[in-house]
Design a protein around this ligand. Structure first.
Ligand SMILES: *Cc1c(COP(=O)(O)O)cnc(C)c1O
Length: 504
């Protein structure tokens, strides 16, 4: 019964392909290729040969040559090396950079670090579909611009940028161009020479390789545009010194080879899964595809849901391991900055789900997600042990009978606002001075939903004078609501007060 959740978070990380794991374990023990590639004896030579082969495999994935690959610990380090390394090395030529608000944190934070060092960054905002117009990049370039950095595929929406066009703009203005391709490498064809890129970051663990290893492509002839962040043994053309981790690199190489070999059929298969998922979610109504209209990577689908609150949505999906734009998912109190930059309002940014899938995802996993999400969205939109009538809702038979006979009537009231963090509506069947039945509908975090349900369940039999006989503080204590969420419970109290006002 308690099977682990279906993994739909490939954009966060992927499981290592068993074939990759086998290659890696051949580089660890005494009988394997464990040597230091810098050593002059046969153990060193074996490691060096293994690494040379891996470098070829990694380069082939992006159409580079082996000497253009600098191994790093991952895309975060590659982004830092490209951005900090290029800006600092060229500070005497200019102190201006161009980048985009929807970049990964490792680009945003590296560029922000440069702002504190006296550089200026022009932050572009993409259009509503998530695409950055090459003309907008061109307009942002200045005579003192030393680097433009625009990601290839966005990690939240999967939206792809037109790298060839942006690279052409940069080349014409003699500005170095870097792209973070962590979500694109191995998913869509990439040819760095044809695209005209100077620097490209990618990482093994997004393509069924191990965590902790990645690469920066440094176009031949642009090494001088970079300065290292660390100093030591001179490895990786002194851009990234340190003993090379043979097992990591061999695994990265094997992962790249498999990804390249399977790229076309996998792209077709994952696109079919993505389209199936979207068609069924769109049929729920009130759903918004984030990145609609833009070219996107096959394995990411990001959808916002109207009329449901993000934390409640995710809390109700324990069978799925995925990411959300809700603030509860991050260390900030703001929902997804990526979706906000695309113009989504707070509610839609909060109520977004990122489904990301890959090599080991099967159609049955997608179908499971479709049914789980459909069920949970319907539940939240019509929440209540008997949701109050919306314009379309039906009155329960018992309520209809009692009110038709004149023995009882219905009062209702709302609190909070639908644009706010919480909204609650109660509907009470009252006879004289007594509540005979109660229903509610709510929008809010799991605490709001739980407390509204609990309060509603205790209303039956109450006299009018005792309708609000306890306080939000009492409810919070009874339902273990954290103090910072207390404010959301006032919507419940307001809804009851509004009922009282009608129940004169
Ligand atoms: C995952 C990711 C990174 C970070 O890669 P690491 O190898 O984990 O450092 C950077 N950029 C994007 C777009 C990513 O998706």
């Amino acid at each position: 019964m308690n099977s682990p959740p279906v993994y739909l978070d490939y954009a966060a990380t992927t499981p290592v392909d068993p074939a990759v794991a086998a290659v890696m374990s051949g580089c660890l023990t005494a009988s394997g290729t464990f040597g230091n590639a810098a050593s002059i004896h046969p153990y060193g030579a074996a490691a060096a040969a293994c690494i040379a082969a891996a470098r070829q495999q990694v380069a082939a994935l992006i159409g580079a040559t082996a000497d253009e690959i600098v191994f790093t610990s991952g895309a975060t380090e590659s982004n830092n090396l490209a951005i900090l390394g290029c800006a600092r090395a060229n500070a005497d030529r200019g102190r201006h950079l161009v980048s985009v608000r929807t970049e990964h944190k490792s680009v945003l934070d590296a560029a922000r670090r440069l702002e504190r060092e006296g550089f200026t960054v022009t932050w572009l905002t993409p259009g509503a579909s998530g695409v950055v117009e090459p003309a907008a990049v061109a307009a942002a370039l200045r005579p003192d611009t030393v680097l433009a950095s625009v990601m290839c595929a966005n990690n939240e929406t999967g939206v792809l940028q037109d790298l060839a066009a942006i690279a052409a703009v940069c080349r014409e203005r003699r500005v170095a161009f870097h792209s973070d391709a962590a979500q694109a490498a191995g998913k869509v064809p990439l040819d760095v020479h044809a695209l005209g890129l100077d620097f490209l970051s990618f990482t093994a663990h997004k393509l069924c390789g191990p965590k902790g290893v990645g690469a920066l492509y440094v176009r031949r002839g642009t090494r001088a545009l970079l300065q290292p962040l660390t100093f030591g043994g001179g490895q990786e053309r002194a851009l990234r010194p340190g003993t090379l981790p043979t097992h990591q690199l061999a695994g990265f190489g094997a992962a790249c080879e498999i990804a390249l070999h399977e790229l076309a059929p996998e792209a077709a298969r994952l696109t079919r899964l993505r389209e199936r998922l979207w068609a069924r979610l769109a049929a729920l109504g009130g759903t918004h595809l984030n990145g609609a209209g833009a070219p996107r990577v096959p394995g990411i689908l990001n959808v916002s849901f109207e009329g449901v609150e993000g934390e409640s949505l995710v809390a109700g999906l324990p069978g799925l391991a995925l990411s959300t734009g809700a603030a509860c998912n991050s260390d900030s109190s703001e929902p997804s900055y990526v979706l906000r930059a695309l113009g989504r309002n707070r509610q839609l940014a909060e109520s977004s789900l990122r489904f990301s899938f890959g090599r080991f995802t099967r159609e049955a996993d997608i179908d499971f997600a479709i049914s789980a999400v459909g069920h949970q969205v319907a539940r939240l939109r019509g929440f209540s042990p008997g949701a109050p009538r919306g314009p379309e809702g039906d009155l329960p038979d018992a309520w209809a009978r009692e009110t038709a006979g004149g023995a009882a009537r219905i009062v209702n009231g709302e609190g909070g606002g639908q644009g706010q963090d919480s909204w609650v509506r109660f509907e009470l069947l009252v006879a004289g001075d007594i509540v005979k039945d109660a229903r509610f509908k709510a929008f809010g975090c799991p605490h709001t939903m739980d407390t509204a349900a609990w309060v509603c369940g205790r209303l039956n039999g109450r006299a009018r004078a005792a309708l609000i006989c306890d306080t939000p503080q009492d409810w919070a204590q009874a339902r273990d609501v954290p103090i910072e969420k207390l404010g959301r419970l006032f919507a419940i109290e307001d809804a009851l007060r509004a009922c009282l006002a009608q129940w004169a």
